[in-house]
Design a protein around this ligand. Structure first.
Ligand SMILES: Nc1ncnc2c1ncn2[C@@H]1O[C@H](COP(=O)(O)OP(=O)(O)OP(=O)(O)O)[C@@H](O)[C@H]1O
Ligand SMILES: [Mg+2]
Length: 427
């Protein structure tokens, strides 16, 4: 059966976008030419009309044009109206359908309704009933497309809002990261400037250097070089975080890290006259956390321990291995205890435990909940930025470790770091 495209339909139909007030398009599918023509006459002034004498033609038209409503004869030779309806809905689920029936069973009609036909009319039809049914279907169609357009707009708005939020978060994270770089680099820089001052004093205005002076300078230069490397590593770590790259540095044994930490601490200005003890692991192990991060976490905890009181006190670092998962039920947050990152903690076996303890003044119960907040410090503006523990918290979270603090006013404080560990690769 040929496709009849009446009047100016071609140009109007080529417009792909729906607009609520545009002329609707009606597809008439009937294998009787008389019925098709009478429907065309009834609706030609109101809608763009497409006529199809069989199912295949109807589906073809639906693929080529944006059809709003289809009027379908249920009983047709070849593909039945129900089948055509199913295929039309497949091409475009938004097409509304009015079925024309002669003496179909209620079963057939039920099937049509299940396929979301919006109405059915008995044949021979009454013109005003047919007009009302098609007008109703057209209205449903334009309402639906309006809802779709609004839903699309809403989706787009939500998307824009989401990306704006992410950008804001990125800006915040960037700010935090820059502050962290400054905080972490500050320690090594203090050591470097102190050593340079020492060297200046030693050399003074001397025109010649004695052998001991040379030894002294060489030794200090070694420390300065180590601290400079440290600064570079710190900035590299944060920058790689900004670029969201993962760090594939080879795993170093924990005892080597503790040794490096010890060297940093022994030249650190906060050591002063405090007593410092470092007890390495009896058996070495590796952790998945990046080596610089491990040192950074422990250095922050140790410097805090040195700075907790002006009078000399003792600070001790000790490592051990736990060969069974941590009994998390045994921990309870309270006035003297806090456990961080329980939700995200990889509580596997083995676990590395490193404690940093001091016999300083302890942390009062009203202060304890605040110590991990960024910029919280009891040290006064010139002494502490209050970033140390918030950096520690972030690094521990990223490594899926946990951190426990136990403190007692007048007795001291002990931070315990738990990190997922792996046996050290041999060779
Ligand atoms: N071992 C400790 N004993 C007593 N108080 C502590 C101890 N460790 C941390 N605190 C308390 O936690 C607060 C926050 O520590 P954090 O490391 O975040 O900042 P800060 O040390 O004050 O400043 P920054 O680290 O920038 O030098 C400290 O100001 C201090 O009050
Ligand atoms: Mg600190």
């Amino acid at each position: 059966m040929a496709i009849s495209l009446p009047t100016e339909a071609g140009t109007t139909l080529a417009q792909p976008m729906a607009h609520p007030r545009r002329k609707g398009t009606l597809l008439v599918v009937d294998d009787e030419d008389g019925a098709r023509q009478s429907l065309r006459v009834i609706f030609k002034d109101e809608y763009n009309i497409l006529l199809a004498g069989d199912g295949a033609t109807a589906v073809e038209l639906a693929q080529e044009h944006r059809i709003d409503v289809a009027v379908l004869d249920v009983r047709m030779a070849g593909m039945s109206g129900i089948e055509v309806l199913e295929r039309l809905k497949f091409v475009n689920p938004s097409i509304e359908a009015v079925m024309m029936t002669a003496f179909e069973t209620t079963d057939t009609m039920r099937q049509a309704l299940r396929l979301r036909a919006c109405d059915y009319i008995n044949k021979p039809f009454d013109v005003s009933t047919m007009r009302a049914a098609v007008a109703n279907a057209m209205q449903r169609r334009s309402l639906e497309s309006e809802i779709h357009t609004n839903a699309d707009k809403l989706q787009q708005l939500l998307g824009e809002l989401q990306s704006q939020k992410i950008e804001e978060q990125m800006a915040n994270t960037r700010g935090e990261i820059y502050a962290s770089i400054i905080h972490d680099i500050n320690g090594p820089l203090t050591v470097i400037s102190g050593f340079i001052q020492l060297m200046n004093q030693r050399i003074g205005d001397a025109t010649r250097l004695e052998v001991e002076d040379l030894e002294f300078i060489k030794d200090r230069l070694k420390t300065i070089t180590r601290q400079v490397t440290n600064c570079i590593e710190i900035s590299r770590r944060y920058l790689s975080f900004l670029r969201r790259q993962s760090d594939d540095a080879p795993r170093v044994g924990v005892n080597q890290l503790l040794k490096d930490l010890g060297q940093l601490i022994r030249v650190h200005p906060s050591l002063q006259n405090n007593q410092f003890t470092l007890r390495p692991l009896a058996e070495d192990i590796a952790v998945s956390m990046n080596g610089t991060d491990v040192i950074q976490v422990l250095l922050n905890l140790t410097v805090n321990a040195f700075q907790c009181a002006p009078q000399p006190h003792a600070v001790e670092i000790e490592g051990c291995i736990l060969r069974q998962p941590l009994d998390l039920a045994a921990f309870k947050d309270g006035p003297q205890d806090r456990l961080l990152n329980v939700e995200n903690f990889e509580n596997g076996v083995p676990l590395l435990i490193v404690t940093v303890g001091d016999n300083g003044p302890g942390i009062p119960p009203e202060t304890l909940p605040k110590i991990f907040q960024a910029y919280f410090s009891t040290k006064g503006a010139r002494q502490g930025t209050g970033l140390g523990l918030s950096i520690v918290q972030r690094l521990v979270k990223e490594a899926r470790g946990a951190l426990h603090v136990h403190t007692q006013v007048g007795r001291g404080t002990k931070f315990t770091l738990y990190l997922p560990a792996v046996p050290l690769a041999v060779g």
